[in-house]
Design a protein around this ligand. Structure first.
Ligand code: SF4
Length: 289
C-alpha cells in the first residue's frame, strides 16, 4: 500500500484496511491539531488509489472494513469518490463497511442525494470532530464552523443513513469556559443524536498554535479533577436516543464506555466517586494520544 505522511485512524478502525485516498486535511487550521502539520492537502492520483485497491484485493481478504484516510475525504468530488467506492465494492466484495473522517465544511459540499448515493455503495460511517458545542470555544480554536452548522451537518449525515461518530475534547475551553463548554457540547450532541460519541482529553501537541499559547501563558490546561467535572457536566447535559458514549481513549483519566440514556445515572455516580477520591485516575505518564 502507498502511504504518505502521518496516517491516523479512529481506534474503532484498528482492524480496517487503511486506504489513503488523500494526504493531509483541507482545513489544517484548528489550533490544537498537529496531525498534518506542514502537509499540503492533496487528493492522490486515481492510478495510485486503484493500485492500492488491487493490492488489498490480493492481501487483505480477511478485513471486512475499509477506512479512507486522511483528514476529510468528503471534499473529493462526487464522481471520483463514487468511482473509488465502486472499485472497493467490485474488487473487495467481502468489505461490509467503508468509513471516513468528515468535517462540517466537507459535509456541506455534498447534497443529501450525494450522501445517500455514497451510503448505498457502502459508506457506512463518518467520524466528525465537534470538539465543543460552545461557539466562543469553536471560534477560539479556529474550527471553522459554528455549533448550529455542526448540528445541521451531523443531522444531514444521519438523515442520509450514514452512521455518525462525534469526537469532543475535554479541556479545550480552558478553565473559565469549562462549564459552558460542557453544557453546550451536551446540548449539541443531544441535537445531533449520533450513534457514537468519543470524548478525548486535551493534550498539547508541540508546534501547534494552542501549545504556543500555553507556553506564552495565554491558555491554561485544566487538571484531572476539572477535566472530570467537565465530563460529568457534559454527560449530564447529553440526551441520546440510544448512543454509545466513550471516554476510554488513552488520553482520558477515567475510562468510561457507556450507553446513554441507559447508563447515565450510574456513570454520573462513578464520576462522583472518582471526584471524591474513591476511584483512582490514570496517572499522567500513562496518558497518550
Ligand atoms: S482537527 Fe480535523 S479539521 Fe481540524 S486541522 Fe485537524 S484534521 Fe483538520
Amino acid at each position: 500500500m502507498h502511504y504518505e505522511g502521518n496516517i491516523i485512524r479512529p481506534p474503532s478502525e484498528a482492524n480496517s484496511i487503511l486506504l489513503q485516498v488523500s494526504v493531509g486535511c483541507s482545513r489544517n487550521k484548528c489550533t490544537f491539531c498537529g496531525t498534518y502539520q506542514g502537509e499540503r492537502f492533496r487528493i492522490k492520483s486515481d492510478a495510485t488509489i486503484m493500485a492500492d485497491i488491487d493490492f488489498a484485493a490480493h492481501h487483505c481478504r480477511r478485513q471486512r472494513r475499509v477506512f479512507l484516510c486522511d483528514g476529510d475525504v468528503l471534499v473529493i468530488p462526487q464522481r471520483r469518490l463514487l468511482a473509488i467506492l465502486e472499485a472497493i465494492n467490485q474488487k473487495l466484495p467481502w468489505v461490509t463497511r467503508v468509513g471516513t473522517y468528515a468535517n462540517a465544511k466537507s459535509i456541506a459540499m455534498k447534497s443529501a442525494q450525494e450522501l445517500e448515493a455514497l451510503r448505498k455503495i457502502k459508506l457506512g460511517i463518518a467520524y466528525m470532530g465537534l470538539e465543543s458545542g460552545d461557539d466562543v470555544t469553536l471560534k477560539a480554536i479556529n474550527k471553522g464552523a459554528t455549533a448550529k452548522t455542526m448540528i445541521a451537518m451531523g443531522r444531514k449525515l444521519r438523515a442520509a443513513g450514514i452512521k455518525l461518530s462525534v469526537t469532543v475534547l475535554l479541556g479545550i475551553a480552558g478553565p473559565e469556559r469549562s462549564a459552558v463548554h460542557a453544557r453546550e457540547t451536551g446540548r449539541v450532541l443531544s441535537a445531533i443524536d449520533p450513534e457514537y460519541v468519543g470524548a478525548l482529553s486535551l493534550m498539547l501537541i508541540p508546534g501547534t498554535a494552542l501549545e504556543r499559547d500555553h507556553r506564552r501563558g495565554d491558555f491554561e490546561l485544566i487538571g484531572p479533577k476539572t477535566m472530570l467535572r467537565e465530563l460529568r457536566e457534559m454527560i449530564a447535559a447529553t440526551d441520546l436516543t440510544r448512543g454509545l458514549f466513550h471516554a476510554n481513549h488513552a488520553s482520558n483519566y477515567l475510562p468510561i464506555k457507556v450507553r446513554l440514556p441507559r447508563d447515565k445515572t450510574a456513570t454520573l455516580a462513578l464520576i462522583d466517586e472518582a471526584l471524591a477520591g474513591s476511584v483512582s485516575l490514570k496517572p499522567e505518564f500513562l496518558r497518550a494520544l
